[in-house]
Write a protein that binds this ligand. Structure first.
Ligand SMILES: [Zn+2]
Length: 300
């Protein structure tokens, strides 16, 4: 009997092979971070266990644009043009907890800079929580790739984590893929998108049903691991600490707490083993400050 995982994988590969025909004319892999908003601010102790009560953090909401000679990808979409309407149905408490400032939607920034949006071959959300999926509706028709259980749980998910207006639009071009059993770093499941080790998806299930991380290799000396919301800040990775327990009073943040804790331990291990690897939690504004910001790209 055919292995269904291999079928998913094959479909993904074939689509990328097709996209390679129309891909951008870059000769190397490069990326750019696009900040779409920041949180209004919270004490660090509210975003990571053991964090300081004296330090104010303004978590970032962004997306990563990756150009490879064989295709262009978005990892996450940040806050989109419809975020105010999407967010409006939330409870008063959620609106305070997840308040954000001055959205500058991804699509708007791309268009203002005359970026060829039609060259974007796929969107790969780290997961489908509201702050990562908000911009999806701004890219009608562009294939969105997620693991099947992520889409299933998002479709039955509830506020404040999931907003149905972001997930259930007819204009969204969903595709599902299961990451195959393929060890990479200390992950058991991974997908090397272009078969050259430069862009590799890894399974980070735990925070949500099937969150994916993205390993990006620009050169031997320059490598990144985007970890979605495994932790909100790098302090969580460095100290192997989850989000503070008090958050649970307000909202159930993790899909599976023990698996989420395992993922943090896994990334913490990588942090210790590969000190040169730049680990990027999706919301850490300090880590993001050191990334190339759109319209600037990483240099070869
Ligand atoms: Zn998030």
């Amino acid at each position: 009997m055919r292995n269904p995982l291999k079928v998913y994988w094959l479909a993904f590969y074939l689509l990328f092979s097709f996209w390679a025909e129309a891909g951008p004319a870059t000769s190397t892999v490069r990326f750019s971070f696009i900040e779409t908003s920041q949180s209004k601010g919270a004490q660090e102790a509210m975003v990571v266990k053991g964090g300081s009560w004296w330090t104010r953090r303004h978590l970032t909401h962004g997306a990563v644009l990756i150009e490879h000679p064989q295709g262009t990808l978005l990892y996450d979409t940040g806050l989109g043009t419809q975020v105010d309407e999407q967010f409006a149905g939330n409870s008063w408490l959620a609106k305070q907890l997840f308040a954000f400032t001055h959205p500058r939607p991804l699509i708007t920034q791309l268009q203002e800079n005359h970026y060829p949006v039609q060259n974007i071959d796929a969107i790969i959300p780290s997961h489908l929580h509201w702050d990562h999926a908000s911009g999806l509706v701004d890219f009608p028709g562009i294939p969105i790739w997620v693991q099947p259980s992520e889409l299933e749980s998002a479709r039955s998910g509830e506020m404040p984590s999931f907003l149905q207006s972001q997930i259930n639009s007819d204009t969204l071009n969903w595709h599902t893929m299961e990451l195959p059993e393929n060890p990479f770093l200390n992950f058991t499941r991974s997908l090397d998108i272009f078969h050259d080790g430069s862009v590799v998806l890894v399974d980070l299930s735990g925070h949500t049903a099937a969150q994916v991380g993205l390993f990006l290799k620009l050169s031997e000396a320059e490598q990144y691991l985007f970890i979605g919301d495994t932790t909100w800040t790098l302090e969580g990775v460095i100290n192997n600490k989850p989000r503070p327990g008090m958050l649970k009073i307000v909202v159930e943040v993790e899909d599976n707490q023990s698996l989420a804790d395992q993922r943090i331990a896994q990334v913490h291990e990588l942090y210790k083993t590969y000190p040169e690897l730049v680990i990027v939690p999706a919301h850490d504004e300090r880590v993001a400050a050191d990334l190339p910001h759109f319209p600037e790209f990483s240099q070869p």
